[in-house]
Design a protein. Structure first.
Length: 47
């Protein structure tokens, strides 16, 4: 079993996200705002 896990680690390191995916996630995180009111949290996307 240990051999199987050690063989998989090489393949996982080769994965790289596309530039479009990274841009989308960065833009999404910039537009997201979380508003706290008492014990509630509201998420809002600002266009």
């Amino acid at each position: 079993m240990a051999k199987l896990y050690s063989e998989c680690t090489k393949k996982q390191n080769e994965r790289n996200p596309k530039e479009e995916t990274v841009d989308f996630l960065l833009n999404y995180s910039k537009a997201l705002s979380v508003i706290s009111y008492k014990n509630l949290k509201f998420e809002a996307l600002q266009n």
